[in-house]
Design a protein around this ligand. Structure first.
Ligand code: UDP
Ligand code: MG
Length: 353
């Protein structure tokens, strides 16, 4: 199934009539935004009618303003004035999408929560399908991109390479081409929020918590408006974060590489000794000597660099800084239905309600 057209959403809504005994459920949509003043209106126009069509659903749309420098937060304020279900968590600066997502997930009060991009690359029509599968008993319903036509060949190629490398190196398996677009039930969300690491590779964190999951394939459209906030350098660092967070193989492999090099050097030394005993002293070539020295130097530097990657992350983790800082928030509700007190304590000690 590629895309669910709007008509079939009304089919679900029709099905809801027979399910009208369902208690009111609460759905939170979490949308990290960075400089997206033009995208928010288009997003709301598409998403709100789709949610209203689902039936037996109360909703909130939490925008997390990740340190925008344009009118993004004013636009959200205006949207809130027109529709109190729209709320905002505004971070004190740009903390990155993963941190922004975490802020939104912590603020969410829903029985289920769906993180989405604001650029409509996560087709809103899928929300109805996600909710339907959640009501059937799945804790996690994730969207799986079946084609990445909207990405450049280099981006989709490197993504494919990353997934295969990740799944080879990590005992945790992540589904290829699954992004943050998914529905999580309250229990799955609570579990996700228990992972307090600062290095937040959300795809890995989502996969780590497990729960009964099902994928919904979809074609990823191009960005509705604006430009991507990720360049290749950011993506490379993101890939490094993912690998180092969920695998220690790159760190441990050096024992084996070192062992192999040691073995080879013992064999080579023995050969030299034998050669000297049998054929007398021989002055070996300068070139081979240089090659060995340079090769070993490079191997050592690479291994040091990899240790550095882990050590750096360990250092960051050990500081226990908050994942994000909230500057302003409004419209949020506590799980009990009362308004959240406006407080700037960023990360509650636990993810409890
Ligand atoms: N985003 C964010 N903080 C950042 C970068 C991006 O909140 O530092 C948001 C952005 O506004 C969008 C979503 O994350 O809603 C996905 O970003 P983008 O579309 O640029 O990423 P891509 O789809 O190219 O991977
Ligand atoms: Mg995008």
């Amino acid at each position: 199934m590629l895309k669910i057209p709007l008509q079939s959403v009304s089919v679900f809504a029709g099905a809801e009539v027979s399910m009208s005994f369902l208690p009111m459920q609460r759905l939170s949509i979490v949308v990290p935004v960075l400089d997206e003043e033009n995208a928010i209106g288009i997003f709301l126009e598409r998403v709100v009618p789709i949610i209203l069509d689902i039936g037996s659903i109360e909703y909130e749309i939490i925008f997390v303003d990740d340190g925008s420098t344009d009118r993004t937060s004013q636009v959200i304020h205006e949207a809130h004035a027109g529709n109190p279900a729209i709320c905002m968590v505004r971070l004190s600066r740009n903390f990155g999408k993963e941190a922004a997502l975490t802020a939104g997930l912590e603020a969410a009060s829903g029985d289920a929560v769906i993180p989405m991009d604001v650029d409509l690359q996560d087709p809103p029509e899928l929300i109805a399908r996600f909710v339907q599968l959640w009501r059937e008993g799945y804790d996690v319903v994730y969207g799986q991109r079946i084609d990445r036509a909207s990405d450049t060949a280099a981006k989709s190629g490197s993504a494919g390479l990353f997934y295969s490398l990740f799944n080879r190196l990590s005992s945790l398996k992540i589904e290829p081409h699954v992004g943050d677009f998914r529905l999580m039930s309250r229990p799955a969300l609570q579990a996700t929020l228990q992972l307090r690491e600062r290095n937040r590779f959300m795809k890995g964190i989502f996969a780590w918590v497990g729960f009964q999951s099902v994928g919904v394939p979809y074609a990823r459209p191009a960005r509705a408006v604006g430009a991507s906030k990720f360049n290749y350098w950011k993506l490379w660092n993101f890939a490094l974060d993912g690998l180092t967070s969920f695998s220690t193989v790159p760190l441990r492999v050096w024992t084996y590489i070192g062992g192999a090099v040691a073995l080879i050097s013992i064999l080579y030394t023995l050969t030299i000794i034998l050669q000297t005993l049998l054929f007398g002293r021989d002055v070996p070539g300068y070139a081979s000597l240089m090659a060995v020295v340079l090769m070993l130097g490079a191997v050592q530097l690479i291994s040091l660099g990899i240790i550095g990657e882990y050590l750096g992350r360990l250092y960051i983790e050990s500081k226990q800084r908050p994942i994000y800082i909230v500057r302003e928030q409004f419209g949020l509700r506590a799980r009990t239905g009362t308004l959240h007190p406006v407080e700037t304590t960023p990360v509650s000690a636990t993810a409890s309600e």
